[in-house]
Design a protein around this ligand. Structure first.
Ligand SMILES: [Zn+2]
Ligand SMILES: [Zn+2]
Length: 284
């Protein structure tokens, strides 16, 4: 089959799952400029011909020939939507808050969609709305309320992240935040991953994992039990199997941001120059 697949600013082809045989993914993120939904439409198949049939079925559905959520996918292809931040699969056009899709054929595809690919979906989401990749340049303002030299800084405080790293675990929703050492003269390469529970108010981390330069991970439970903390960390490792490379790539970028942060902090906290009273302007 030689039919061309048309790709636009918010659409791209990917290939995943080399071990079990490659799966082709056609991914299209929401292109409405003012819509902040995090959905991407996915058509997946092992054969290119099946992918094309899947795309045809999708087009039919978009033209209104399929009832919502009940689009008939051809054999060998699956059609679904995915939340870019949490990787929850959903039926096409399903309502927000609906339970994740449990079709085993869909889950098999979702299993192959790791953090690196989700990040690429995030970049595509930005592109589709005519925006640049926000992770290239740090946030313009180099101030963080309450920050003091020596304290770690979260990636999303320095860069507008392309996606939030969200996990559904034991019916609770958690967000992983990566904290980096930003001290210019420190070479510790330490990163802390904090899991923040989004389903409870307040901003105390549910648990945290400190990863040292040699890769050793130390889990501290804080506000959740040991098993939940361990489960969250293993989910993180599964989603980001190359997490050490991820941290290493982000480390110098965080140091660069830290330098700006410190410059700003030093300027703001410069000690007041003492002026002898005799030199002060006399009030008349
Ligand atoms: Zn949208
Ligand atoms: Zn350090």
């Amino acid at each position: 089959m030689t039919q061309q697949i048309k790709l636009s600013a918010n659409t791209r082809l990917f290939e995943v799952g080399a071990e079990s045989g490659a799966i082709l993914l056609w991914v299209s993120t929401c292109s409405h400029v003012n819509c902040e939904c995090r959905r991407a439409t996915v058509v997946a198949a092992r054969e290119r011909s099946h992918l094309l049939q899947g795309l045809e079925a999708l087009n039919c559905a978009l033209r209104g020939n399929g009832s919502q959520g009940q689009v008939a996918a051809p054999d060998g292809a699956v059609l679904f939507e995915i939340d870019i931040d949490s990787a929850f699969p959903m039926s096409l056009n399903s309502a927000d808050g609906e339970l994740p899709l449990s079709d085993p054929r869909v889950l098999q595809v979702v299993e192959q969609i790791g953090g690196e690919l989700l990040d690429q979906f995030g970049v595509l989401w930005q592109q589709g709305k005519g925006r640049a990749n926000p992770e290239v340049e740090p946030i313009r303002t180099a101030t963080l309320p309450g920050w003091k030299p020596g304290e770690m800084v979260a990636w999303q405080d320095a860069y507008e992240a392309v996606r939030r790293d969200i996990y559904l675990q034991a019916d609770r929703v958690f967000e992983a935040e990566e904290w980096y050492c930003v001290q210019a003269d420190c070479d510790c390469h330490e990163v802390t991953v904090e899991f923040q529970e989004l389903t409870v108010p307040g901003d105390l981390p549910a648990c945290a994992v400190e990863i040292s330069a040699d890769g050793a991970a130390r889990i501290s439970e804080r506000h959740v039990g040991k098993s939940l903390a361990e489960a969250l960390w293993s989910r993180f490792c599964l989603r980001h199997p190359r997490y050490r490379e991820r941290f290493e790539a982000r480390y110098p970028k965080m140091k660069a941001y830290g330098e700006r942060l410190l410059t700003h902090y030093t300027a703001k906290h410069r000690p007041k120059v003492w002026v002898p009273t005799s030199k002060r302007k006399k009030r008349r």
